[in-house]
Design a protein around this ligand. Structure first.
Ligand SMILES: NC(=O)c1ccc[n+]([C@@H]2O[C@H](COP(=O)([O-])OP(=O)(O)OC[C@H]3O[C@@H](n4cnc5c(N)ncnc54)[C@H](OP(=O)(O)O)[C@@H]3O)[C@@H](O)[C@H]2O)c1
Length: 372
């Protein structure tokens, strides 16, 4: 099998890459990479496959290849000759690339998440026309639910309003993918909040949940606009990759959408996670205020007294506030049905959350060298 993988340098994409190479000895993976400020695409792949990168054998590493490109480029690939060769060769596409920042300006986020997804779908369409597209796997997010409150079903993408441009453009890209799902063999995967490995805590990503945790660990967050009963749905990266691998190995997953999430029975509350974290960090539990009171009263006050370098900090903090009082839960029925009887088991948050936090402390939030 020959796969085109986008987003291989990302947190999720690198684990997907390593898993593909380990899982199937016949697979060749073409990683669509762009240069970074510091490294060429070739160097970036070498770094991903380096000694600590997924513990791969030389034979496994040799089956990963660089394809220079950018999802915002309508042609996708920098070299038309490579584009032609891959259109003959590739039979599976896995689309992980996205901007996941909450504050990317809408037009920029649309260019990557919506137009970029359309460009990857067009490539898949060309493979389909040639008669050799086996499957297209699209990584969406459970947070396409936006501000919806209640149980979110896997087979629905309901109109909603959004907390940020990430949610909005991932919703728009999923809608686009669902349109193509009528013609092409496509599965959609919606992870919730992905955290480090449940066994080791290891992560290369210290964003999303990690940012507020890091602030909490300083002991300086005395007052937090948080609803202790708010829902937090966490999944460790090892479970995401195992579940994805298992679901995508079965053609019955085509045409479907799957929440890779803790689900209504496995999700946590903000209060549970706060208690566990204050214990591990050895800090006192902050005083909680209602997020709506904070918005009306505390926010204007804070903006009047915080200026200079502190303002961006306040703005970053604000991006997370909607998730401190989250009201949706993610139904996992389709995922559970397909994984029933397999060896893929969803770890319980209470069993691994401490390991996740200890890894953050041990690595000083990724500042000390760690395995990627
Ligand atoms: N992490 C989570 O908690 C989570 C949860 C739910 C869903 N997801 C979904 O999972 C996917 C991966 O997320 P992640 O956390 O791994 O994000 P990430 O670490 O920020 O990785 C994003 C990847 O997309 C690539 N990319 C961005 N713009 C690109 C472009 N114009 N052309 C080519 N590649 C581009 C990045 O490449 P560069 O290195 O070149 O920037 C990087 O490889 C996303 O679709 C996200 O919505 C993630």
């Amino acid at each position: 099998m020959s796969v085109l993988l986008t987003g291989a340098t990302g947190f999720l994409g690198r684990h997907v890459l390593w898993d593909l190479l380990r899982r199937d000895p016949d697979i060749e993976v073409h990683c669509l990479l762009r240069p970074s400020k510091r490294a060429t695409p070739e160097r970036r792949l070498d770094q991903l496959l380096g000694p600590t990168g997924g513990n791969l054998s030389p034979e496994q590493r040799a089956r990963a290849h660089v394809v220079v490109g950018d999802v915002t480029n309508e042609m996708l690939f920098a070299d038309p000759e490579v584009a032609g060769r891959l259109t003959d060769e590739v039979d599976r596409v896995i689309h992980c690339a996205a901007t996941v920042l909450f504050d990317t300006p809408l037009d920029e986020a649309r260019a990557i998440n919506v137009a970029g997804t359309r460009n990857v779908l067009r490539f898949a369409e060309a493979l389909h026309t040639k008669g050799h597209l086996l499957r297209f796997d699209h990584f969406s997010t459970a947070y396409v639910a936006g501000r919806f409150e209640g149980l979110v079903r896997e087979d629905e993408l309901a109109p909603t309003t959004f907390n940020n441009t990430y949610e909005q453009t991932k919703w728009e890209s999923e809608e686009l993918v669902r349109g193509f799902q009528r013609e092409l063999p496509i599965s959609i995967f919606r992870p919730s909040i992905i955290v480090g490995d449940s066994r080791t805590g290891a992560t290369s990503n210290f964003r999303v949940l990690y940012w507020p945790l890091k602030v909490l660990s300083t002991g300086l967050a005395w007052v937090v606009p948080l609803d202790a009963n708010g829902n937090v749905d966490l999944v460790p990266i090892d479970y995401v990759v195992d579940a994805f691998g298992r679901l995508a190995a079965d053609d019955a997953s085509l045409g479907q959408c799957f929440h890779i999430a803790a689900g209504p029975n496995g999700q946590s509350t903000c209060g549970d996670l706060l208690d566990a974290a204050t214990k591990v960090f050895g800090v006192r539990r902050p005083w909680l205020i209602s997020p709506s009171v904070s918005y009306r009263v505390v926010r204007p006050l804070l903006y009047s007294v915080m200026w200079g370098r502190r303002r961006p900090l306040l703005r970053t903090a604000e991006q997370y506030f909607p998730y401190f009082a989250y009201r949706a839960s993610f139904d996992t029925s389709a995922t559970d049905t397909m994984l029933a009887g397999s060896d893929v088991e969803r770890p319980k948050v209470g069993d691994y959350f401490q390991t996740i936090l200890q890894y953050c402390v041990a690595t000083n939030w990724g500042k000390r060298p760690v395995a990627p």
